[in-house]
Design a protein around this ligand. Structure first.
Ligand SMILES: [Zn+2]
Ligand SMILES: [Zn+2]
Length: 325
């Protein structure tokens, strides 16, 4: 129902194995997708992950730090060179709009498609992006204004009520198909409304993707109905203690304790400092989370892909390096 492809999982700077922040979200089997953050080099990651800029419906920027947005202008320009015409919704701090305007002006960038800019600060109620997904925003705590985005995917399944169809003696075949598609039919001189023979089952699932943040507990209310939280774990606690509170990031322990306190079902940790990019580093982050949190969790690697189904169950579809088709 919601699919997450990690395009960048490094904090601050890219390394050979991990790029800076970028996360693609596909939903409800739609071709459209949403990008959360666009660190430098994200458009290469998009190509490698075989995602199409033509179907990029919305971009959500969590905050203005370069490792979360320096790839945005190039990506928008490339979408223009691919002759995109459809609008892109851009939800971001208002500074991003100013930056976009001066970039267009100073670099003679003429985008052939409209950008619907939404100042994230004004997003006080969920934005219904299309019939299947809505987006909301939650304040975080970081060196600059930072937000988490919530994504609620909704899917309606329509099943034929076989009992009623048999009672009405409607023969299997085209008429059943028409009714299933929501069309009304004529049968035995009688109008049959599809709504009378369909069982509709609407289900939804909600996930939150955090930006940089040193107070995970700020998401307590937002996480009440959440099936998955994706949150930064930049350091282990011992390194955070050495680095000090200045950078305003979370340790694995802080996020794990928060996840445990709200009985979170699924957690994906990301945004690792470069010192954790080897196997030993990832292990130390994982060990620390496991010590304080007993739910299901993963530590994201670039090109990892996860699926959250309509029952709120999270599975890993792909792991690790660029995959071959
Ligand atoms: Zn960052
Ligand atoms: Zn930051």
């Amino acid at each position: 129902m919601l699919q997450f492809t990690f395009l960048g999982t490094s904090s601050g700077v890219p390394t050979l194995t991990r790029n800076v922040s970028g996360l693609a979200i596909n939903y409800c089997k739609s071709k459209d997708w949403i990008l959360v953050d666009a660190g430098e080099g994200t458009q290469h990651r998009i190509q490698q992950a075989k995602l199409s800029l033509q179907h990029l419906k919305a971009i959500c920027i969590t905050h203005v730090h370069g490792d979360h947005c320096y790839g945005l202008m190039g990506l928008l320009a490339s979408a223009g060179m691919n002759a995109r015409k459809d609008p892109i919704t851009l939800i971001a701090p208002k500074e991003i709009q100013q930056w976009l305007e001066v970039t267009c002006q100073f670099t003679e960038l003429f985008l052939p498609y409209p950008i619907h800019f939404i100042d994230v600060n004004t997003l006080t109620s969920p934005l219904q992006l299309d019939a299947h997904i809505s987006i909301d925003a939650h304040h975080l705590h970081h060196r600059v204004t930072s937000y988490a985005y919530g994504f609620k995917a909704t899917q309606t399944q329509r099943k034929l009520n076989i009992e009623v169809l048999n009672q009405l003696k409607i023969p299997k075949g085209k008429l059943w198909g028409d009714l299933q598609q929501g069309q009304n039919i004529e049968w035995n001189g009688q109008s049959i409304l599809s709504q009378d023979v369909l069982i509709q089952n609407t289900q939804s699932v909600y996930a939150i993707v955090g930006g940089d943040n040193d107070q995970p507990e700020l998401l307590s209310n937002a996480c009440q109905d959440v099936a998955l939280l994706i949150h930064e774990t930049t350091y282990t606690q011992s390194i955070l203690d050495k680095v000090g509170a200045g950078p305003m990031h979370s340790s694995a322990k802080m996020v794990a304790e928060f996840a445990e306190s709200i009985q979170l079902s699924n957690l994906i940790a990301t945004h690792l400092s470069a010192r954790y990019h080897d196997a030993q580093g990832v292990q130390s982050i994982g060990d620390e989370i496991a010590q304080y949190y007993h739910g299901n969790f993963y530590i994201a690697d670039d090109f990892d892909q996860y699926e959250l189904n309509m029952h709120g169950e999270l599975t890993q579809l792909r792991s690790g390096k660029p995959w071959e088709k």
